[in-house]
Write a protein that binds this ligand. Structure first.
Ligand code: HPA
Length: 273
């Protein structure tokens, strides 16, 4: 067995021993969004550092914990914090938690992130349901020999973000009176933020939001035949005609403010599924 798969299996076994369950739902919380784990009654908590082989982020806004919880009998594993390509992690390391969730039996995966607004109609604090993505990272987590046990060589990406989950998110947000946007997320390598020319380019190619995560996780999850729901908090909106500086503190602060609404939305989506 290849060493990467061996590590994934060992990590999944370690977690299974600690949580005594096979959760069907998974959630990854992005920058400043760790509070979303509180939407579920906690059952177990495992720091990434105590989890064998687990990559962890060194950034603020990413606590680095596995939380296992439930709501109305639905079991969910939450990855509180993720690692990124720009920290020097490989695509394989970035999707390691997704492969572990696959081994644990996760079928429905919610990916959340903080993102920059590219669409000029967006406002800071908006919640965006991701309808599609553009992978501009220059890499793909499926490069290399295909693991047939995990998925097919050429996974179809036509419905990468599950239409049923997108419809459900729209219905639930209307019921809860939490406004949402729907749009396309462009995933870049980072860590430098976008130049005005890059923002004009992203608009031209059909992107509504931009960030440094999620696209690899979605690719691995589609390969794993999971249904994916992607949600961004728009923490800053780019105006290429009048560029304004963005700071990580501002990004975290806007994301944290949106956390409670996002938690409510995610919890209600899971309950309605
Ligand atoms: N660019 C990339 N990633 C981000 C941004 C941005 O403007 N805002 C929050 N995450």
């Amino acid at each position: 067995m290849n060493p990467y798969m061996q590590q994934v299996i060992e990590t999944a076994q370690f977690i299974r021993k600690r949580i005594h369950a096979d959760p069907e739902y998974g959630l990854v919380t992005g920058t400043g969004l760790a509070v979303c784990a509180e939407a579920f009654e906690p059952i177990a908590s495992i720091p990434y550092r105590e989890t064998p082989h687990f990559p962890f982020s060194t950034l603020s806004g990413h606590p680095g914990r596995i939380q296992f919880g439930s709501t109305s009998g639905k079991q969910i594993i939450v990855m509180q914090g993720r690692c990124h390509l720009y920290e020097g992690y490989s695509p394989g390391q970035v999707v390691f938690p997704i492969r572990v969730m696959q081994e644990l039996g996760v079928r429905i995966l919610i990916l959340s992130n903080a993102a920059g607004g590219v669409n000029p109609q967006y406002h800071s604090g908006d919640i965006l349901i991701i309808t599609d993505h553009i992978n501009l990272t220059g890499s793909n987590p499926l490069a290399g020999p295909n693991e047939d046990h995990w998925g097919v060589r050429f996974p179809d990406m036509g419905l990468a973000y599950d239409p049923q989950l997108i419809r459900l998110a729209a219905t639930v947000s209307a019921d809860l009176k939490i406004p949402i946007k729907m749009g396309v997320y462009a995933g870049l390598h980072g860590p430098s933020l976008e130049t005005p020319a890059e923002i004009r380019y992203l608009r031209l190619i059909g992107a509504d939001a931009v960030g440094f995560s999620t696209v690899h996780e979605t690719i691995a999850a589609v390969h794993a035949r999971m249904a994916v729901l992607g949600i961004s908090i728009i923490t800053n909106v780019h105006n290429p005609e009048k560029p304004e500086p963005t700071t990580v503190e501002a990004v975290i602060s806007v994301a944290e403010k949106a956390g409670p609404s996002l938690s409510k939305l995610i919890r209600t989506i899971l309950l309605s599924f």
